[in-house]
Design a protein around this ligand. Sequence first.
Ligand SMILES: [Zn+2]
Length: 305
Amino acid sequence: MNDVPKLPATDQPVSERVRARIREAGRRFNANDNIADFIAPGELEALLDEVAGKMQGVLESLVIDVANDHNTRDTARRVAKMYLNEVFRGRYTASPPTTEFPNAEGLNELMIVGPITVRSACSHHFCPIMGKLWVGVMPHERSNLIGLSKYSRLAEWIMSRPQIQEEAISQVADLLWATVSPNGLAVVMEADHFCMHWRGVKDAGAKMVNSVMRGSFLTDATLRREFLSLINVGQRGADAGPLPLCQPVGDAAPRAVGRVDPRAVAAEQSPPRRHRPPLLLRRRLHPGAGGRSRRRLRSLQRHRP
Ligand SMILES: [Zn+2]
């Protein structure tokens, strides 16, 4: 934040002032858009007060005795704080800083980061979305390199907004593409949608898998297949097959949305496994090797961002 002038206090709700600035600038303010540039110093606290007041009205309309029920007396403010300062923080705060390093060594290795844990809420019901994200980067000599933890921070900034998974993964890909300027970028997200578990069809096993492939991952089917098989090694064990339905369907349709992976469903029903730290897979072109088929697995190391 920013150089938005602080306005004198008025009776006008602060959300109206913020909305007016966004409209003036001709910008969009959908649930998964970031509006930090339009919030003046001190206004986030005023927004929190406004949301708490409206939330109190929701509880009253639900005929909950907020005056006498000790459990819900402060719920409105707790929910407002949770929305603005935690789960939807990515709407109201500027992008986390990233230090970008030039690719001085001219690295042209495929790098895979993941699984990164992602948390969000669906725009439709505000129910949680919990999932994993894998990123594959094929740099070229003009790419920027960013620290591994920055992949998590940038993904978190995008995901801590009300989202739908198809748009979230595109926003993650756009941001990484702009930040890293790679030769190719692959992003795969697999997530549980609690609006399917808790309500609606109440299907506890369903997951959604989708992918975005850009640059060399879109044009080079071998590279794409290798990325998809390597993220399987990281997540599901070497004997697991590829993620179904997450491969692009030709160049005209770079994104494809999958639904249910039966192995993921089986894993979901088995006892919880020990938390796996994110895995970094790194391959490097064999010196003097002619083609992608000569690449070898250079190192496989666990990494904690
Ligand atoms: Zn939903």
